[in-house]
Design a binder for this molecule. Sequence first.
Ligand SMILES: [Zn+2]
Length: 406
Amino acid sequence: MVTTESDGDAIDSRLTIRIERRGARRYGCSGCGRRTSRVRSTRDRTWDDVPWASHPVTLVYGQRRVWCRQCGIRTEGIEFADPKARVTRRLRQQIGVDCQSMPTSHAAVRHGVSWGKARRAEHAFLRDWDGRRPRRRPRYLGADEIHRGKAQKFYTVLSDLVHGEVIGLAKDRTEASLAGLLTTGLDARQRAAVDAVCTDMHRPYANAVAEQLPNAAIVFDKFHVLQHASAALDDVRRQEFFRAGAVMRAFGRGKRWLLLRRWKTVRGSKRQELRALFAVNRRLFKAYVLREELDHLWTYKTRDGVAIFLWGWLEALRWQRLPEMEKLGDTLVRHIDGIAAYCDHPVRFGVVESLNTTIKAVLRRARGMRDDAMLLLKLKWATARPIRSSGDLARFLQPQALYSNR
Ligand SMILES: [Zn+2]
C-alpha cells in the first residue's frame, strides 16, 4: 500500500511516499531473519530513495520492534536498505557507482542528498562490494612507498602484482608498516602462496618480508634500480658541469632532463643535441652509455648470466674515473641477489608502474581525505576496475524490489 504527498508545487519539491506492508502480518527479525507476529511497537522511519522525475523522494515506513524467540527484542529487518542506513540500497548503488567517476559533491547533487549522506552511501557501497569479492592468492606481491603531501607523509601500499590490484594501505614506510600489512591484509593461506615480493631497495621492507614471509624471494623493482642509475648520471653531469670550462657550460646548460631521458625515447633533433654534448664531454658520454646498458640486467635467464654481465659492466667502468658510477656499482653488487631474483620470478614491472600511476591519480583526486579506510577502498576499486563493460554497470545498478512478501 502506498500513499504519496508533496510538500509544494515547485518542480523540485520533495515527495513523501508512505509505504505499508500488506498481507500476512509477520515480520522478519533483523538478527536472525526468522519471522514473527509478536510486535512490540511501531516507529516511523525515513529513507531517501531514487528521485521521481525532478522530485527527491523520501520513503516513510513504520518499522516494527518485534519479539524474536532467538534474539529477544529486535527491530524488524528491512529488505530495501542496510540496517541503520538512511538511504535505500538502490540509491546507495547509484551514488556509489557515480562517486567512482565524479566528486562526491556532484554525486550528492545529482541524487538530491547531502554531501555527508552521499559519502556514507559511497563508503557502504564500496565496503559491500569489497566484502563480496573472492579472496585471491597471488604469487607475486608488490610493496611500495607512496609519497603524499608536503609534511613528508608516506604510505606503504601492498598490492597483488598478478591481478594488478591494491590489497592494503598503511601509514609511514617503516618495517612495522609493511609487517602489519602482511599479517592483517593477508590470511595464512594467502601468505603461504606468495613466491616473491617486489620492492625498492629500501632496507625496512626487505626486513619485513624476510620476517613475515620467510619463503618468499625479494625482487627489486627495475624502475627503482634504474632511478638510482639516473641519479648517479645526474651527479656525473653536475660534477662535469662545474669542473669543465665555458664550452661545456654552453653545451650543458638546460640539458638535464634531456640527459636523464632514455635514448630510445629521444627523437630527431634532440638526439643531435645529445650527440653534440657527448662530443665535448667523453666522461658524460661514458656515464650515459653505462646507464643505458643496465637494461640488460633483466634480460638473462639465469643468475650466473646476470652476475657475468654485472662483472663486465664493472670492468668497463674501471679506468673511467667516474666515482659516482663506481658508487652505483657498489650498490648494484650489494643488491645483486634481489636483482637476479628476476630470473626465477619474472614479476611484471609494467603492472607495478601502471598501479603506481593509478594510485597517484586517486590520491590527487582524494586530496585532503582523512579517512584511510575509505581511501583504501577507493584504491581497491580504481585498480580492480570492476566496471569494464555496460554489462558490469547494469549488474551494479540492478533494480531491486522495494519489498517482497515472501
Ligand atoms: Zn531473531
